[in-house]
Design a binder for this molecule. Structure first.
Ligand code: NAP
Ligand code: MG
Length: 401
């Protein structure tokens, strides 16, 4: 059989634990027999990040910007326990944080929908895609505790340090807490453009909610920047594609989302996206069915699964026990990257192959073959779910090609 050729490499970022095991098997079983894979390989496994003083993460992110398409395996974000376990030189930063900072992107999370795995919200027939603004607000806020009798202000200075404005936040009669959050016009504008571009690419409506009735300057600024950019750069393209942009209060968005059939891009401020993405992921079933893509303003893409390295399964695997880890989100990370590479390079064959793999993965589950996480949830008339182990599941998908 003739393998499909690639003209340009994609960036391959290897990772840790169970997902590193799955990574190797996906390539071996589902991709390399059919595609002459061209990839620039970066080992983001924790050992190599430590050995390179984390330079490998920076180099991988820069390669993603240069080549335009990357696929990333889940990686360990070190904590004190990992420092001991891996004998690390220090607590390295989160690789996803580093990559996001360099690519300056927006994260879009979308569930993979399969007949037989009904979402907990019965009306959600189509995927709800969540875009989370990944800059500012409480994530880079300055906080303090304040004692009785103290006062806290917002003070704005000019560039020479001269005081321009001073607003009292609270004169504390009793002890309390205070928080100072910020955001940047440019970051909100880049976020808006990423969201509108992504929605045009996927042909979905955009819903955005904030709390501008209460936060009349801060949240209001988000609303206004989105409106300005939509009107001046996107309204025409949206109307041509029969797509709409809806801004309403966050409470109203939540209510509308619950009543909806899904199928929209739900744009969230940083905190809303953090919280709502976990709710939406859970409602659609397993974390193993949730994909994630980081899109940079210059049009570079980094695809990954939304879940982590599935540590508990990895320790079973190391003990020689059988594991049944869901590889679907990682498979879709690969197919997403191959499809995008194909689109950019005008490589139709590669795009069709990626779609074939996705259909085969969905078909495999719909025919009753799945990993343990899905078995209890699966309900389809005439089909009894069968639990396969990690590698059996991948081999089964290849049979459906
Ligand atoms: P996790 O790896 O997502 O796993 C949490 C639990 O969810 C698992 O123990 C498993 O439940 C279930 N699960 C997740 N993915 C699954 C899959 N593909 N198939 C079957 N079950 C799955 O999250 P974590 O345990 O919080 O984090 C583990 C490591 O991953 C940490 O070191 C963390 O830093 C890292 N992490 C990385 C990323 C990333 O690179 N994007 C994201 C999140 C976390 P059961 O054990 O009950 O089967
Ligand atoms: Mg969260």
């Amino acid at each position: 059989m003739n393998k499909i050729k690639m003209t340009t490499p994609l960036v391959e970022m290897d990772g840790d634990e169970m997902t590193r095991v799955i990574w190797r098997e996906i390539k071996k079983i589902l991709i390399e027999p059919y595609v002459e894979l061209k990839s620039e390989y970066y080992d983001l496994g924790l050992k190599n990040r430590d050995a390179t003083d984390d330079r490998v993460t920076v180099e991988a992110a820069e390669a993603a910007k240069r080549l335009g398409v990357a696929v990333k395996c889940a990686t360990i974000t070190p904590n004190a326990q990992r420092v001991a376990e891996y004998n690390l030189k220090k607590i390295w930063a989160s690789p996803n944080g580093t990559i996001r900072r360099i690519m300056d992107g927006t994260v879009f999370r979308a569930p993979i929908i399969v007949d037989g795995i009904a979402p907990y919200v019965p009306g959600w027939e189509k995927p709800i895609i969540i875009a989370r603004h990944a800059y500012g607000d409480i994530y880079s806020a300055v906080e303090d505790r304040v004692a009785a009798g103290e006062r806290a202000y917002i003070v704005i200075e000019d560039k020479n340090g001269g005081e321009l404005r001073r607003k009292l936040i609270c004169g504390f009669e009793d002890g309390g807490i205070v928080q100072g959050a910020h955001n940047l016009d440019a970051s909100v504008a880049a976020f808006a453009r990423s969201c509108f571009n992504y929605a045009l690419d996927k042909k979905v409506d955009v819903w955005f909610g904030a709390k501008d009735t209460v936060s009349r300057i801060y949240d209001r600024r988000f609303k206004d920047i989105f409106a300005e950019i939509y009107d001046s750069e996107f309204r025409g393209k949206f109307e041509k594609n029969n797509l709409t942009y809806l801004y309403t209060l966050i409470d109203d968005v939540v209510a509308r989302v619950m009543r909806s059939k899904g199928g929209m891009l739900w744009v969230c401020k940083n905190y809303d996206g953090d919280v709502m993405s976990d709710m939406v992921a859970t409602a659609y079933g397993s974390l193993g069915m949730m994909t994630s893509v980081l899109v940079s303003p210059d049009g570079s893409y980094e695809f990954e699964a939304a879940h982590g390295t599935v540590t508990r399964h990895y320790y079973k695997y190391l003990n020689g026990e059988s594991t049944s880890t869901n590889s679907v989100a990682t498979i879709f990370a690969w197919t997403g990257a191959l499809k995008k590479r194909g689109e950019i390079d005008g490589n139709k064959e590669l795009c069709l192959f990626a779609e074939k793999v996705e259909k085969a993965a969905v078909k495999t589950i719909e025919s009753g073959f799945m990993t343990g996480d899905l078995v209890l949830q699966f309900k389809k008339e005439g089909v009894t779910p069968k639990k396969l182990d990690t590698v059996e599941f991948l081999r089964k998908i290849a049979e459906f090609y």
